[in-house]
Design a protein around this ligand. Sequence first.
Ligand code: EPZ
Length: 417
Amino acid sequence: MSRLIINGLKRLNGSAKVQGSKNSSLPILSAAVLCSGESVIHNCPDLSDVRAAINILRFVGCKVEFSGGTLVCDSSNIRSCHIPDSLMREMRSSILFLGALLARLGEAEMCLPGGCEIGPRPIDLHLKALEELGADIRDDHGVFRCTVPNGLHGGKIALSFPSVGATENAMICASLADGTTIISNAAREPEITDLADFLNSCGANVYGAGDGTIVVDGVSRLHGTSHTIIPDRIAAATWLSCAAATAGRITLHDVIPSHLAAVTALLEDCGCTVYTAGTSMTVNCPRRINAPGVVRTMPYPGFPTDAQAPIMSMAAVSRGTSLFIENIFENRYHHVNGLLRMGANIKVEGRAAVVQGVPLLHGAQVSALDLRGAAALITAALAAEGTTVINGLLYLDRGYESPEEVLSRLGADVKRV
Ligand code: EPZ
């Protein structure tokens, strides 16, 4: 099991390119199953979750080549509607293959997906949306056997919560349904818009992505395309929190500043200065930032839940007290134990966490229990006096491409052993 060894208290300084978005590449890889042809996907990050999606694509019959950030997927011949448990359990977004296989083959069989333990992570909204499009879904002791007895048809999907995954599953499935689908209370995340752009370049008719209501006019067939994945706004937010925790000054290339508005607004409130020029962003941080105050996670364009953990580590060494309220997931404070071992002053009560900033953290031996929790431990280790050993890199590698290389480029003393 590899570990990260970080010697803290180095001010981050330097520049780095931000990876392609994990949460955009995963739904787009599922959507590639819809295409009767070859798709070329650029700026695809090399992550274990992406490798898991490639394994599923190959299992159902796609030919996939992936090197140097470019993924070529030929989904001309899809031969299996079944995804084995071992592949389903690798990650959360494997559930998006349900909508894709139903649309392409008219049937699908799979168990519940995996994913970070940040809450129960039900799929009721996904299933309800697909049933609205004509799917018949039977839960046979945890295996979902899905068919479309009368074919897929357009429908009215009213999401009770703007679920990112349920919105994506509905968009993917509706693209090949017969008729028009309206998805209301849809998620507005940039990854939703990127998926719509991919689908439309394959010949779909998806309108309104990024708004609360998405309209899909189904077509009978989709062809392959060439698409470039948007930058990963959460990886960018992570590196920014590392800079703010170390009084750093860094420049990130390949960002879309508008995707980070909630995060950069918070950093400016903490006393950082943020300059943007095109797809580059420079952040200059004071010796010790002010506390961010109240941080409520919300659906986009609100403050992103995926940035809550690293930003909490930054708050742990800020001047003042902060209140975090995690409104999206039920149990997303696993990183707090590690931060407490490093000397942070944090009290958790349900979805709320009160963070009293301390002048200095100290190195410790800590373990990550989920993807963004791992990012939080890295942020804290960079701000800590002494050496920190971080275990649980399997979680980190799900969402960050060569994080130790990015951090070393930014001046951190980090190595993977
Ligand atoms: C996506 O997860 C992201 N994952 C998550 O990123 C992100 O935190 C989340 O959206 C919110 O932005 C990917 O894109 C692969 P949701 P998803 O459906 O689709 C409840 C990361 O660290 N819900 O918007 O699973 C759910 O339990 C990951 O990169 C239902 O109740 O998120 C949660 O409380 C973590 N029923 C809330 O909605 C459902 O059917 C938001 O979930 C679906 C969701």
